[in-house]
Design a protein around this ligand. Sequence first.
Ligand code: SF4
Ligand code: SF4
Ligand code: FES
Length: 1024
Amino acid sequence: MTIAAIQTVTLAIDGKQITVPPETTIWAAAKAAGIDIPVLCHDERFDPVGVCRMCVVDVGARAYAAACVRPCEDGMAVRTATPEVERSRAALIEMLLADQPPADRDPKQTTTGDNALLALADRYGVSRDGASQHGASQHGALPIGSGRGTDQSNPVISVDHDACILCDRCVRACDDVQGNDVIGRSGKGYATRIAFDLNDPMGASSCVTCGECVAACPTGALTNKPIHDVPIRPRTELDPVDSVCPYCGVGCALTYQVDRERGAIAFVDGRDQPGSKGRLCVKGRYGWDYAASPQRLTTPLIRRTEAYPKGPLSADVRGEMNGPEGNRGGGFDRAAAGAGIREPGIREATSGDNGRGNGQIRGGGKDSGGGKDSGGGKDSGGGKDGERRRRRKPGGLVDYAEVLPHFREATWDEALDLVASRLAEIHAAGGPGAIAGFGSAKCSNEEAYLFQKLIRTRFHTNNVDHCTRLCHASSVAALFEGIGSGAVSTTYGDVINADVAIVTGSNPTANHPVASSFFKQARRRGTTIIYVDPRADKMSDHADIFCQIKPGTDVAFYNGIMHEVIRLGLIDQDFIDHRTSNYAALAETVEDYPPERAAQITGVDADSIRRVARAWGEAAAGVIFWGMGISQHTTGTDNARCLIAMCAITGNVGRPGTGLHPLRGQNNVQGASDMGLIPMFYPDYQRADDPAVHERFEQIWGTDLDPKRGLTVTEIIGSVLKGGVRGMYMMGENPFMSDPNINKVRKALSALEFLVVQDIFLTETAEFADVILPASTYLEKDGTYTNTDRRVQLGRKVLDPPGQARVDWEIVQQVARRLGLDWDYSSARQVFDELVSIMPSYANLSYDNLGLTGKLYPNSDPEHSDGTVVMFGERFNTSDGLAHLVPAQWLPAKELPNEQYPFVLNTGRLLEHWHTGSMTRRSFALDAIAPKAQMFLHPDDAAELGLADGQLARVSSRRGTIVLETAYSFREARGNCFIPFHFREAAANLLTIDEIDPFGKIPEFKFCAVRIEPAIDGQQTEDR
Ligand code: SF4
Ligand code: SF4
Ligand code: FES
């Protein structure tokens, strides 16, 4: 006899008949019925643990049941608020209150004012002196505990152990949600308290300051500290603005709690959204204060006549301390430029704070250069002592006092007129090829759209690009070739449906922290994680299989895997037959990569390669996530081709838990590329060199367009050096720091006839500008941003731009009008409507239907649907609908180590910092946690070189030299070192090579040969 599975259970709660699915807890059933059962340890986002007993209910048994963990049973009669139950709760509250700080000293009650225990104490009329309206206390006041201490070691999180009720919400937030595994418990009895690692101070533990525990804590035990003295007040006294994080491509939803009286953000809450689910990392939660930096540009600036001929203006950017090439200087005559430079009159404070103090740029003042303002201030002339003094300053931001005197303040009209007239002149004299524009993946979709439209329609050139060229251009090239679309085929959250996930060439715990929390969570729920990377990053701690490949050997590794998958017969023949082309050529190529050969090339043993192949081949659903370790190689396109083939031959595309996901770096790199901020495509990846498309866009925009694809970022730099591109407009890009081989970039920027930089801070690139336009952060404008999942979200204005700074799209429009274009956009919404009208992928989206959580594209019904998670279920976007398999042969990196340069340099990001550091190094929390440049090196290598942990090392490539601190790191393989590229005082890109991938044109940031030596004493002082 078979027994039918019970589909529902029916019970009575406080006399109300309720029917729920089996396994529903009493608490959840009561909530659904509108009955409130108080909780303390329970939070719906976490698995229930039932440790506090606040939620107990009478189920007619001998003991009360904890409603948050007890499942409903058929026929159960539950009473949630009998006098006895209420008395039990009051007694519990009284006991918990006994050793809590009094309300007027409670860290939560005196800030956000929402201490859940104190709210329950109010509800039950319980006070610390033992009074209770429920008569719980039979014994008068309970003795107050002797104190379990506080911990203020984290710069932005305060710990008060006395306020802790040991509900374990923080433990679950840290372990189960973020997967950081930092918090546990230590001690026994009264001495029990939460512990960070092995009872370390929080600030010295492995905590990554994601703040998830703070968001979870119901009491004052874990609270945020005020940043820049902006007090943390109750949410009811603040103005909540729903927006989206400005950093990585994960695009987490958040709410800024704005103190309107102070015109400042008090704190940030994670906000629920189908992707990020309310989670944030340290940058999103604590890294927003850079927007209020006193170093914001607030007035248009024009280069003084004395500051010509052009060149870098600071010692750092001239590279005088940095290396063989830099020491020869950038061709700029400092003596000539220094003559007649005044003490900076546009900044109120001294330069000693280097950007973290009160240096304020005053608005107003207008002079025409030279004249009465000229006059040799103490910072102006430089000199060796002056340079050394500057170099000893902490931090690594452009020295405003050194650079600003070379500019004068101007009115917007004057600056915009100059920009328009100079660009028009250069265009008239040199033709379309003389002009180029760099937009930014930090700007909104609307700004990216208008910027490329300006360059294309006014200057009739496709020379417009942005930092995608430096991150995933090769991935996009391979994806377009292979499946006809550069966007991800599934979301990062879909990992939960995968049997196997390969994470490769990516350090997601640092670069996509919230996405990594979903990877870690998926593993806990059964997904096998295979991590493939030259570095044993934190993700390797969460991997079932970790393959530490030699850098630059990805093609050999994946060819080896495919060889074995095919040999074992684990391919999906049906998928290959019906959904792909060119399989035979692929199979023939990978035939030459048996695991033993792949092992020889990659350094991963053949058995591990076989193990990965079997796991991948046998997976019912497999997904691949990759980062710039795949794309930033001269073989980046080949690397990505292999990943596409990996998925295609095993049928792992087009179903839940399968697919291809290049984790996008910047918050809006997907959107900026979608908008056509790239030289080969108009908006929505419509080929600029396709005659039909070209003609259509000429009609849409009503003007002649360039029929050829334009130059990429790296090609534009080369063209400048050859006298091709002569005038440039840069909106939010800082190529001096972000491009490879800085010495070459320095020469190119110096050679430009005219450069306008539109930015929020004085960047290294701005030192080469003729005109600097003060722009806005994402906090100061409305606009949409498209994340790595294809989720288009609205960023909403939080604050006004400072001083005379303006919103970027408005600046672009003002330049366009002065250049004769009849633009008349009145809002970002209007721009969005225009771009949607010509972009099929964005069809149906509007500001009105994006809602609070945005929408995935494509989306046929955004009013009712979140959009498409899994793409390519039936066909690919190629002309024949098939995935085109492209075999790749392994090729070594361009610059291999030798006796003179024996180490391989890998560059990338830290969790706390962002790209060229102009935002994050001005953020209090991020700078406090990661204040300095370091080179990460295996201790055995360091010992052989005579380098102690913390000792200064001199790292040289064929292109330059930097000096920075050594950090011992077992995460590096022998023979390799890792240097983050955020730190201008030790700019990693002085060392990198500008060889590029032939298809994606992306530089090989992940591989060049370097020499490492201990820095000599004199050098230490001078170079620091
Ligand atoms: S801040 Fe994040 S990593 Fe640190 S203890 Fe809290 S949850 Fe864990
Ligand atoms: S994971 Fe990315 S988007 Fe999310 S909070 Fe962190 S930096 Fe922002
Ligand atoms: S809320 Fe149920 S036991 Fe804590």
